[in-house]
Design a protein around this ligand. Structure first.
Ligand SMILES: [Zn+2]
Length: 385
């Protein structure tokens, strides 16, 4: 039993700031009130208590090639099977990749992240490697696998079906690199099997203007339209929406990756427009080769790049929700314990030093990893980081 005393808490799904005490027993929040105090006391009078982050999109496998290939194009970097990352991943020992992924997960944890949704390359074996690497760590990966049999214009559907079945036994879902590598029939097969199994189907869409052009030329549909039509329940990027794309995804689970998009020189997702349309995106840091998986850095960059690109301000509270509670709106959230500070929820929170009176900007604009005093979740109860 412990009490986090007198902190500014970002409470509930709306992150409402309240100055109250939180009582935690066995990893669960049992009471939030001004006058309660039980067990060990953590003085949070000079701190903010924030839900832990969920990183909505990573490729943790490329932790082995951090910062390699800077300046190359999107295709040269990440397109399977000959992109820089895929060549590197096919030439690496298991132990090397496990060790690099472990280091990245500790880095995430130290910067306030307890969950991440990963696009795991390398088929079944790739999924198994991440499971092995994350064993007994305080960070939980939600693992989306893929298989080489999915690619090409005329894939062997019998092989595709077998691969889907095997992947869904082990992983939390299936994620595809993009429509450039697969046909619509394979896409539909994957989404329907995932849906049946209650798992996630995810794909990169509209990452660059050029991919949208190709899709319009070849299929008379944008990549976003194809993603919606094929029933993917998670769309990653949506950086360059065209025509009625934003209307089409107003009820979709959208993940945006501003730092990765900026690194690859493909634009920045129109977040204010998305918010106006009722879309509630989740923030991801994308390829570990391009970016650190540090959502504190992602948050600050996103806040500022929005005013540079669109000449309007992003509401800091809406932005902080993209790294925390927006995941509660995703239909995939049965895999994910809610990162919400409220009674009867798991204590998934971190305590950070307070520097300013604006609790949202305090996290986005001021907070660095070293200012996180404690991170807690149900598995670890309490860790002094
Ligand atoms: Zn990605």
């Amino acid at each position: 039993m412990l009490t986090i005393k007198d902190g500014i808490i970002l409470k509930g799904q709306d992150l409402t700031p309240v100055r109250e005490n939180i009582v935690i027993d066995d990893g669960k929040i049992i009471e939030i009130a001004k006058d309660v105090c039980e067990g060990r006391i953590i003085d949070a009078s000079k701190a903010i208590v924030c839900p832990t982050f969920l990183n909505g999109h990573t490729h943790i496998g490329d932790s082995i090639i951090k910062d390699e290939g800077y300046g190359l194009s999107l295709g040269e970097m990440v397109k399977p099977p000959n992109g820089v990352k895929h060549k590197a991943l096919s030439n690496v020992e298991d132990e090397e990749i496990i060790s690099a992924m472990k280091k990245s997960m500790w880095y995430m944890y130290n910067s306030g992240t307890t969950h991440f949704i990963d696009y795991r390359e390398g088929g079944i074996k790739g999924v198994e490697l991440l499971k092995k690497a994350s064993k007994n760590l305080p960070v939980t990966p939600i693992i989306l696998g893929r298989d080489d049999s999915f690619y090409g214009e005329d894939p062997d559907l019998r092989k595709v079906k077998i691969a889907i079945r095997k992947l869904l036994k082990l992983a939390d879902g299936i994620a595809l690199s993009g429509f450039g590598e697969i046909n619509d029939e394979v896409a539909r097969l994957i989404t329907s099997k995932c849906k049946k199994a209650g798992k996630i189907s995810s794909i990169h869409v509209a990452e660059s203007m050029h991919l949208q052009d190709d899709s319009l030329n070849d299929f008379n549909k944008t990549e976003i339209q194809r993603g919606v039509d094929a029933n993917f329940n998670q769309l990653v990027h949506c950086t360059n929406p065209r025509n009625d794309d934003l209307k089409l995804i107003k009820d979709s689970n959208v993940v945006v990756c501003p730092r990765a998009n900026a690194t690859l020189n493909v634009g920045v997702a129109p977040l204010n427009k998305m918010l106006t349309m009722g879309i509630k995106p989740v923030l991801g840091s994308d390829n570990l080769m391009l970016n650190s998986p540090n959502l504190l850095r992602e948050l600050e960059f996103t806040l500022k790049i929005m005013s540079v690109c669109y000449k309007n301000y992003l509401n800091p509270k809406d932005l902080l929700k993209m790294a925390t509670t927006n995941i509660c709106n995703f239909e995939i959230n049965k895999f994910i314990k809610k990162p919400v500070i409220d009674v009867n929820q798991d204590a998934k929170l971190f305590i950070a030093k307070r520097y300013s009176k604006n609790p949202y900007l305090n996290i986005i604009n001021r907070c660095e990893t070293k200012n996180i005093l404690y991170t807690m979740d149900i598995d670890t109860h309490i860790n002094n980081v």
